[in-house]
Design a protein around this ligand. Structure first.
Ligand SMILES: Nc1nc2c(ncn2[C@@H]2O[C@H](COP(=O)(O)OP(=O)(O)OP(=O)(O)O)[C@@H](O)[C@H]2O)c(=O)[nH]1
Length: 968
């Protein structure tokens, strides 16, 4: 409240203010707060009193401003009963708001009833002109000076026939109940309704709870009603007219709005009243629904009421009551607010009718849900469309998408099936069939377009030509397979294999007098069983080598089984016939026991006696091979796109992925687009087994090919296609399928692991991850390791692949508690760090034998300390310089640790060890350096090695003794 305002009023209203002050003094200091000003404590009061002495009611009436003045006038104008009562109540409390209930009640009742009566009377008279409320509403306010909304409310009610009556009664009911008891002086009030209502009613109303809205209405109504009543009955006083005129201009707007409101409000008010009466919420809402076309009245009513409350003298108790009823009203108004807004946005009114009105305002979400439900119902596919084509595997999210259901639902279903899968994981075909069936979908096996792309050429007989037989040599260890192959080849060297175990598999062709024969160079150690079995797929004939002095051994039997399984004919080569202890009959006998019966013993197996060492019987053997091939009538069509199988593949230094492929059908030509396993490419170059570059390779010809996008696996099929686009498409599809398979396998395995651990109790499992430079090594190691499994410790190879150890390998090892075995590979510093953090045991070998021995020793608890290298630092080759007489020097940047000149170094390219040796020089600029730390540049030379390339990593390491510990 601004004190100055009061002062200003005093200045401005020298006279008028006095009048105001007079009344204020009479009424109470509280009354002063009327619209224009707020009073100051003592000084203002004295001024008021002083002024009071001069002017009286008339002056006040003329100059007084709106709200405050009215009351006084009315009070003054009122009959003695009302006038006397008011002062008492006011004086007793000193605050209009806190005015005692007792004295106020009667007045209120009187006022209310009087109002009710006046309304009833008017309506009756004005019923004929119900809708012309504008005029009647406008006039009364003038007479009453301050026709607030309350006044308006009453008038319209009066002017409008039935609704008005309802309102009156309702209002009366609301106010009366609490005031009924103390309402004895009704008659008086009725006579002078205009005077009594304002203050007393306002004061009393707050106490009545049911009349939150009605209070405001009533409080205002009395003001207007009485005035109208007066005008109607006794005529309007001059003072009142003047006041009305003065105030009218200022209130025109309010009145006008009030008048408007009146028209509209009636119905809305009725609805509100009803809702207020009935505590049940549902009753409150229907009101607007019934009159959706008139949303504004409600809003306006509330809008008017709300400000009325603010300005009203007694607000404390009012607000309490007002909360309930207003809250409802506000809620409704909000609904309508929403409606209006929506309308503003261009929505049509019709859309907001009925339930939609509520749904919009308050139940938007529900509305949305309903819409969603409708959508799902609508999108239920037809039976025909509920068939889904799925490959061997499919990503869960993709399946859900095709079915038009939420992935989460599918995950739930899968969980119920004990299959844990995430959105991005894949499920296999069988699982897809089941889970899709749960949703009423039918899954069909998708015959990928790959078949269309890889169109099988139907060979005509005239196109077929005889091809060379493909031979695989099998047999027990040391029975002479390699020697035999070497002898046949006569050009290849037998020695030089790391650890004495052949790790690299190749193939070659030999020309004989009888024709060409192709040999798959599959060594004879049992570790290569897997590769042998694969070899058998492309093998036409198996030469089973059995040492004449040793007879049938375990791997001999294994070889027989593999050959039989592949339905490949066997030719037995009884080797080492040059040895004194050679006993071919024993071999023949033992083999017959295994189902391999010699022809001269009534069987169909060709037996030959050879000596790889003495080079005897070889020609006969080759003749027998050709004879057998003739029987087999091996033919192929060379005039079509090539089809073959990968015998071996690796990432070659400088040449990229290199694969040895045995062509089986058609002719592979340089420049052909091919797809090989999950990889594709264009044949950049082909090299035959003699190291000669060739332009094309026909059936049964083994060739090394360059140009693939990646390193394929041994046994992968190779297709030549018409263009690279097709090749890429197929390889992409295969990659996705393979990835999906791996993911599916991984998720399944983890579940199985849980079960296994529960079921097997104390049975320990040694999980291993194998990483090697070539596929051949993996096959060899895998087979050997799996054979080492014992009831006490089961060896489980959870992952095996070519290439260096990666971070994902560490993750897998950490999750499955596995040990990583690396062959001829070394990971980067990042992977080492991660392994250390995850406490994953990584072991690296160059010789398979050592790895097997370590595992074996660990399993029996005999593992001794071993020496392993510790990486001291890593340098990245940024540039290379060739210096005559010295060699290649690598300009390096130390990326990790420290590089020492006197320590060993290893050259890594794509994680694969290219060279292992000594550092020949270490320089910082032109000066020799003993060591160079991380972050510095230096020049490094490697002893006896010049094939340094940008991007290579030079690792400085030392050998340290570590106490081995294998994890369970
Ligand atoms: N006296 C004699 N020794 C032979 C003959 N063939 C092979 N050997 C010897 O037998 C040993 C094993 O020969 P390999 O050719 O390495 O036998 P392998 O079956 O290839 O052995 P793995 O590669 O370890 O599977 C070598 O020392 C050969 O010199 C033979 O005809 N006569």
């Amino acid at each position: 409240m601004g004190r100055m305002r009061v002062y200003e009023l005093a200045k401005e209203l020298n006279m008028t203010n006095k009048a105001l002050l007079d009344k204020i003094a009479k009424m109470d200091a509280v009354e002063v707060r009327s619209h224009m000003s707020a009073l100051e404590d003592g000084e203002i009061e004295t001024i008021k009193r002083f002024v009071m002495g001069k002017d009286k009611e008339e002056e006040e009436n003329q100059r007084v401003q709106p709200s405050v003045v009215r009351r006084r006038k009315r009070r003054s104008g009122r009959s003695g009963s009302s006038g006397t009562q008011q002062p008492e109540s006011l004086s007793s409390t000193g605050n209009a708001e806190k005015a005692p209930d007792a004295p106020a009640d009667p007045q209120e009742k009187e006022a209310v009833q009087a109002e009710a009566q006046t309304r009833e009377e008017r309506p009756a008279a004005s019923q004929e002109k119900p809708e012309n409320t504008a005029k009647p509403a406008a006039k009364p306010p003038k007479k009453n000076k301050r026709g607030t909304s309350a006044k308006v409310l009453f008038r319209p009610e009066a002017s409008q026939p039935e609704p008005a009556a309802e309102e009156k009664t309702e209002i009366a009911e609301e106010t009366v109940p609490q005031q009924e008891a103390p309402a004895p002086s009704l008659p008086d009030v009725s006579e002078k309704p205009s005077e009594t209502p304002d203050i007393p009613v306002k004061e009393a109303l707050p106490e009545t709870e049911d009349t939150a809205i009605s209070q405001t209405e009533i409080s205002k109504a009395p003001e207007s009603a009485p005035k109208t009543a007066e005008g109607a009955k006794a005529g309007e006083g001059a003072a009142e007219k003047e006041e009305a005129e003065a105030a009218q201009s200022a209130r025109k707007k309010k009145k006008n709005t009030a008048a408007k409101i009146i028209k509209r409000i009636d119905p809305a008010v009725l609805a509100q009243m009803k809702s207020d009466r009935n505590p049940s919420k549902p009753a409150a809402r229907p009101a607007p629904v019934e009159k959706p076309a008139e949303p504004d009245p409600l809003e306006l009513l509330i809008a008017n009421e709300t400000p009325a409350q603010e300005t009203a003298p007694s607000s404390g108790s009012r607000k309490k009551k007002g909360k309930d009823s207003l809250s409802k009203d506000l809620a409704e108004s909000r609904i309508e607010d929403g409606e209006r807004k929506s309308r503003k946005k261009g929505r049509k009114k019709s859309v907001v009718e009925g339930d939609a009105l509520y749904n919009r305002g308050k139940k938007g979400k529900r509305g949305k849900k309903q819409e969603q439900h409708q959508k799902t119902q609508i999108t239920v596919p037809k039976a025909i469309k509920r068939r889904i084509k799925v490959d061997d595997t499919i990503v869960l999210a993709e399946l859900a998408k095709r079915m038009g259901i939420k992935a989460s639902l599918m995950i739930q279903k899968l969980m119920m099936m004990d299959v844990m899968a995430t959105v991005n994981q894949t499920i296999d075909y069988d699982t897809a069939v089941i889970v899709a069936g749960e949703f009423g979908f039918e899954v069909e096996k998708a015959s990928f377009e790959e078949e269309n792309i890889l169109q099988a050429h139907e060979d005509r007989p005239e196109e077929m030509i005889t091809r060379a037989p493909v031979v695989t040599v099998m047999g027990h260890v040391d029975h002479g397979k390699t020697s035999l192959l070497d002898t046949i080849r006569k050009t290849r060297v037998v020695t030089g294999e790391a650890g004495g175990i052949t790790q690299h598999i190749g193939a070659y062709s030999v020309e004989t007098d009888g024709g060409r024969i192709t040999f798959l160079d599959t060594p004879g150690h049992e570790a290569f069983t897997a590769m042998r079995s694969r070899g058998a797929k492309v093998t036409d004939i198996v030469i089973l080598v059995v040492a004449a002095d040793d007879g049938v051994m375990p791997q001999t039997v294994e070889a027989i089984n593999h050959a039989k399984a592949a339905e490949v004919p066997i030719i037995v080569a009884v080797n080492k016939m040059d040895k004194p202890g050679a006993d071919p009959d024993r071999v023949k006998r033992e083999l017959s026991e295994k189902g391999v019966v010699a022809e001269d013993w009534g069987g169909d197996t060709i037996f030959t006696h050879v000596s790889a060492k003495a080079n005897t019987g070889i020609d006969t053997l080759l003749e027998m091979v050709l004879l057998q091939a003739e029987v087999l009538d091996l033919k192929a069509n060379p005039d079509k796109k090539a089809l073959g199988h990968v015998v071996e593949a690796k990432l070659d230094t400088g040449r990229g992925p290199v694969a040895t492929v045995l062509i089986q059908e058609g002719t592979l030509k340089t420049g052909d687009a091919v797809v090989c396993g999950i990889h594709h490419g264009k044949i950049r170059a082909m090299v035959n087994d003699k190291g000669t570059q060739i332009g094309e390779a026909g059936p049964s010809i083994p060739v090394e090919i360059l140009g693939l996008s990646g390193v394929p696996g041994a046994g992968d099929e190779l297709f030549a296609l018409k263009d690279e686009k097709d090749a890429k498409q197929v390889s992409t599809h295969r990659s996705q399928k393979q990835r999906a398979k791996e993911l599916a396998r991984t998720s399944r395995m983890s579940l199985e692991k849980l079960f296994e651990q529960m079921e097997e109790g104390e049975v320990k499992e040694l999980n291993l991850i194998l990483k090697a430079d070539v596929q051949g090594s993996i096959e060899a190691i895998r087979d050997s390791l799996e054979k080492m499994s014992s009831p006490e410790v089961k060896i489980h190879i959870i992952h095996a692949a070519t290439g260096t150890v990666t971070e994902s390998d560490i993750s897998l090892a950490a999750v499955s508690n596995a040990i990583i075995l690396g062959f001829n590979v070394r990971p980067g510093a990042k992977v080492h760090d991660m392994a250390r953090e995850e406490n994953v045991d990584m072991r690296f070998y160059d010789i398979i034998y050592n790895a097997l021995k370590d595992i074996q020793d660990a399993m029996v608890g005999m593992m001794a300390s071993t020496f392993e290298e510790k990486v001291l630092g890593r340098a990245e080759v940024r540039q290379t310089f060739f210096i005559p007489k010295i060699g290649t020097i690598a300009g390096c940047f130390i990326t990790d640790g420290t590089v020492f000149r006197n320590q060993k170094v290893r050259l890594l390219r794509d994680g694969v060890i290219m060279y292992d040796g000594k550092m020949s020089s270490l320089k910082r600029f032109k000066d020799d350096a003993k060591e160079v730390a991380k972050g510095y540049e230096c020049g490094i030379g490697i002893e006896n090695y010049n094939d340094l390339k940008t991007g290579d990593i030079i690792e400085s390491y030392e050998i340290i003794e570590i106490k081995p510990s294998l994890k369970e």
